[in-house]
Design a protein around this ligand. Sequence first.
Ligand code: PLP
Length: 321
Amino acid sequence: MSRSNGVLPSAIDAIGDTPLVELRRLTRGINGRIFAKLEYLNPGFSKKDRIALQMIEEAEADGRLRPGQTIVELTSGNTGTGLALVCAVKGYPFVAVISKGNSMERARMMSALGAEVILVDQLPGSTSGQVSGGDLEVVEKEAQRIARERGAFRADQFHLQGNPHAHYLHTGPEILRQTSGSFHAFCDFVGTGGSFAGGAAAFKEYDPSIQCFLVEVAGAAVLAGEPSTRPNHRIQGGGYSMPVLPLIAAENVDGHIQVPEEVAIHVARRLAKEEGIFAGFSSGINVAAALQLIAGELQGKTIVVLLSDSGLKYLSTDLWQ
Ligand SMILES: Cc1ncc(COP(=O)(O)O)c(C=O)c1O
């Protein structure tokens, strides 16, 4: 997203162009490099600001979204926060439908940004802080009902091409510019798969030898074809045990990495203590996966990861003790 050095006309013009930082402390003594894109520095403190803007602007451009029409979306919080801030600036009413299993910082932030937040109960037996695919199905039904009732536009991040487009058009090219194209691999923890899909498409178009890996929580690695024995893990933002993600192009997947959730959490804490990077659970799993790759099949190589959101979003969870 091209940003001038002068005064910007709105907060949405501050989306994107995030810094890329080498994790030199975490990789000390290891033969390999990790470059981390600080997506938590977006105005809504996550990479999802990018897709919110892209999905809305694509729908405005082709007439699917009318001026003043209500926008509804199912969200784990970050997409909702992005949509809330884009809707605030552009003047659309926004309804966020969110599972009660997500951390409440996110719901509060969306309300503060002017969204109507509808909290949906988790399934009986589900645990707070652990949103399962089953929990999400219930939230999806509720989002569909509200969208019908209000004649709203669904900013459906699991299907709209605006999601991967944001990363194909912006995040990926920014990384290629920042590295002058010299890195070997990209690994990404998957929720909708939009970041993986858009990033991988941009990287492979530039250089088909850049390897792209899907990251999943051990025990919930359904994309790798494993049975889901741990659908209720703690890595918020993804890993919903959905075996099919329509946004992901199979030909761009070079491999699958699985990380135990405890390792992901340990690495998120190390990111804060050793690198001064205060990011969320999914940033921990991405860096843990990259560490796994340079310790194994990608020794001596350089890996790019996204640090998807801020640690501030998890102050009420056990990520920080
Ligand atoms: C914190 C966080 N990490 C990772 C993801 C997964 O990203 P994607 O949906 O692009 O696969 C999300 C998606 O909501 C997220 O909020």
